[in-house]
Design a protein around this ligand. Structure first.
Ligand code: PLP
Length: 354
């Protein structure tokens, strides 16, 4: 597809950067000076723009507010010590937002607009990215139905927007998880594989109940039998039994995580055996009892890898062993060094912005 419009850029008159306290950043509350906006109307994506970050005027009848036609992405931009800015496998985020969009009857977004918008936005706001492992710019592309109409039908108008928020490395503390048997995240034939806004809304209540019981996260099980382990909160999940890594296969209930994919590819290249197959709760409990369960960890863009300290199932709590040279730490270090241009990139994962 060719760009039918050129990107219009209006810069902010005054940067808010000097006001930002980078030592005390709360996740996702501060946004950079600019944003990318593109409107779908009259059957096509109109002229894309970069504007000063600002509120967006919206009708109270906007379809997304009523029927949840909204999808998003989460990615990060990193700065190396020489000041170059990098993204990590952004073409996968681009493909995935369109996979998500298709499932929610949202028109696909053109690749040229996405990458031209992303590059220009990150170049304009590159001073907001601090170098050093852990520092990054969280990039949030999203699309929502903006037509003023409460008819329960796909919207005829949409907004595609990219906003960016500076983030610091943060230590999330010990992660104790609860295997959930009542509530479900995703059902066969549903929207679990899409990064749909509503999937998150549906998780808040069960997660709050788990938090009250002292767990930081839920491990979701399959909606029909509750016998198989699918995802950890909003992360994919890996189990290490002896020296094999096991994770649920992607399908319509599992989000196809870019970190998940990278963990699998890195581990295989490092000679670690990886199996993508259904993981039964029974298998994990048995492995815990016979000592072959070595590690459980979540994977996702926000923290790369999040090791699990303990898990609970039917009122029983199981403590994972403290092991040396954990895969979780090795993999986190390797992927992070690729992201920050501190190591060779044999996989071609890094994408240079400027
Ligand atoms: C975004 C997301 C992930 C992680 O995907 P990454 O591409 O690795 O960030 C995993 N599970 C769910 C439900 C998600 O929404």
């Amino acid at each position: 597809m060719n760009l039918t419009h050129s990107l219009q850029i209006s810069k902010t008159a005054q940067s808010r950067l000097p006001e930002v306290d980078f030592d005390n950043l709360a996740f996702g509350e501060i946004f950079t000076d600019h944003m990318f906006v593109c409107t779908f109307r009259d059957g096509k994506w109109q002229s894309p723009e970069i504007l000063p970050y600002q509120d967006i005027p919206m009708s109270p009848a906007a379809s997304a507010l009523h029927y949840g036609q909204a999808v998003f992405e989460g990615m990060k931009a990193y700065k190396d010590d020489a000041g170059s800015v990098w993204l990590f496998r952004p073409e996968l985020n681009f493909n995935r937002i369109n996979t998500s969009a298709k499932r929610l009857s949202i028109p696909e977004f053109p690749k040229e607009y996405f990458f031209e918008g992303l590059h220009n936005l990150l170049q304009l706001d590159s001073n907001w990215i601090q170098p050093g492992i852990g520092n990054s710019l969280y990039v949030r592309p999203f699309v929502f139905a903006s037509q003023a109409c409460v008819q329960a039908a796909p919207s005829t108008e949409y907004k595609f927007i990219i906003i960016c928020s500076p983030v610091k490395a943060y230590y999330s503390g010990e992660v104790n998880v609860l295997i959930e048997k009542k509530f479900s995240r995703a059902a066969a034939g549903g929207v679990g594989y899409a990064k749909a806004a509503g999937n998150y809304a549906a998780q808040f209540y069960p997660t709050a109940l788990a938090n009250q019981k002292g767990f930081q996260q839920i491990i979701w099980t399959d909606a029909s039998s509750h016998q198989f382990l699918e995802e950890a909160g909003t992360m994919n999940i890996f189990f290490r039994i002896n020296n094999t890594l096991i994770t649920a296969p992607t399908g319509d209930t599992i989000l196809n995580g870019i970190t998940r994919k990278s963990v699998i590819e890195w581990a295989k290249a490092a000679g670690i055996k990886v199996e993508e197959r259904a993981v039964a709760i029974d298998e994990i409990i048995t492995a815990q009892h016979n000592g072959s369960l070595k590690e459980i960890f979540g994977s996702g863009t926000a923290v790369v890898i999040s090791p699990v300290n303990s898990f609970a199932y039917e009122d029983e709590r199981y403590q994972l062993p403290k092991i040396k040279n954990a895969y979780a730490l090795q993999i986190k270090k390797a992927i992070t060094e690729i992201q920050y241009n501190q190591a060779e990139d044999p996989f071609g994962w890094r994408h240079k912005v400027s």
